[in-house]
Every structure is written in structure tokens, then in C-alpha cells.
Design a protein around this ligand. Structure first.
Ligand code: HEC
Length: 151
């Protein structure tokens, strides 16, 4: 019994110390409407529901974004997600970059996005077949397919 309590105590201390390990900043930079992506309503609804937490400056931070070790994962996903694609600053991308991102979006909805660890706790973010079609249709400018990139 005593060793069990010591074990628990040690875990609690480790958990406590983990809270002091510095991690990514948790922030929501200001949103300028003029820079935000403009897409049809039905596309926006899906982006807001399934992508905005990691790909915009309007992240709804969950409580566990303040508790290590979950905070490490959540904050990293948001920082790296924004770096890869930020719908809040879409209009700052060049036309070439936008086209490239649209191709990546087309591909990512197949199964890569939203990230599985996110879907775990956000079941409603999962894309239905119809959602994927709506996004693909937008991302391919109505064509429904994309040319593969050959470099
Ligand atoms: C839990 C956070 C999270 C959510 C939610 C999320 N993403 Fe991502 N996304 C990321 C991260 C992190 C990366 C960067 C991956 C990397 O750099 O390897 C990324 C990268 C991307 C990329 C860049 C290319 C690629 O595939 O790496 C695209 C496109 C993308 N996401 C689209 C989306 C779309 C569309 C949605 C909504 C349907 C979405 N993501 C939802 C975290 C997320």
C-alpha cells in the first residue's frame, strides 16, 4: 500500500512539473474580414465546423489546451496547421499559392483531414461523403477532379 501511494505521489509530482515545461503560445491573432477566405456559404459552413480550429485565427481552444501533456499536442497542431493553411489570412497568399493550397485541400479531405486525434474528441467535425464532395467541387473550381502535380 505504501509503495502504491508513493507511486501515485511520484506521478502527481511529474504531472505537476510537466505543467512548467514551456510550449507553443496559445493565441488568436486578430481577424481582418478583408483577408479571410471568401467561399460559398455551404463550403464555409464545413470549413468552420471541421477546419477552423486549426486553420484559422478563430480557434476555439478547449480547456485541455492548458493542461500538459494534451496542451503540447493541441497547441502544436494549431500552430502547424495555421502555418500550412490559414483561412483567416487567405487573401495574403499569392494566386499560385492559392491554387496549390486548393489542390492540397482537395487531396486532404480524402482521409488526412481533419486530423484523427481531433476527430476523436470532435465527432461532429468528421466529413460526410457529401461534405467532401462540396469541398472538392469548390477546390477544383467545379471540375470535380484535379490534375496531378508533376515536378
Ligand atoms: C486538429 C487540427 C486540424 C484540423 C481540425 C484540420 N487540420 Fe489540416 N492540418 C493540420 C496540421 C497540423 C497540418 C500540418 C501538417 C504538416 O505540416 O505535416 C495540416 C495541414 C493541412 C493542409 C496542408 C497540406 C497537407 O495535407 O499537409 C491542408 C490542405 C489541410 N490541412 C486541410 C484541412 C482541411 C480542409 C480541414 C478541415 C476539413 C483540416 N485541414 C482540419 C491540422 C488540422
Amino acid at each position: 500500500m505504501r509503495s502504491f501511494l508513493m507511486y501515485l505521489g511520484a506521478l502527481a509530482v511529474i504531472f505537476g512539473l510537466m505543467q512548467f515545461i514551456p510550449t507553443y503560445e496559445k493565441s488568436n491573432p486578430p481577424v481582418e474580414i478583408s483577408k479571410e477566405i471568401k467561399v460559398p456559404k455551404e463550403v464555409m459552413a464545413i470549413f468552420k465546423r471541421s477546419c477552423y480550429d486549426c486553420h484559422s485565427n478563430e480557434t476555439k481552444w478547449p480547456w485541455y489546451a492548458d493542461v500538459a501533456p494534451m496542451s503540447w499536442v493541441v497547441r502544436r497542431d494549431v500552430i502547424q496547421g495555421r502555418k500550412a493553411l490559414n483561412f483567416s489570412t487567405w487573401e495574403e497568399y499569392s494566386d499560385t499559392k492559392k491554387q496549390e493550397l486548393k489542390k492540397q485541400i482537395f487531396r486532404s479531405v480524402e482521409f488526412a483531414m481533419p486530423l484523427p486525434q481531433y476527430l476523436w474528441l470532435h465527432k461532429d467535425a468528421k466529413l460526410s461523403k457529401e461534405d467532401k464532395e462540396i469541398i472538392r467541387n469548390w477546390a477544383s473550381d467545379g471540375k470535380g477532379y484535379i490534375e496531378s502535380v508533376i515536378r
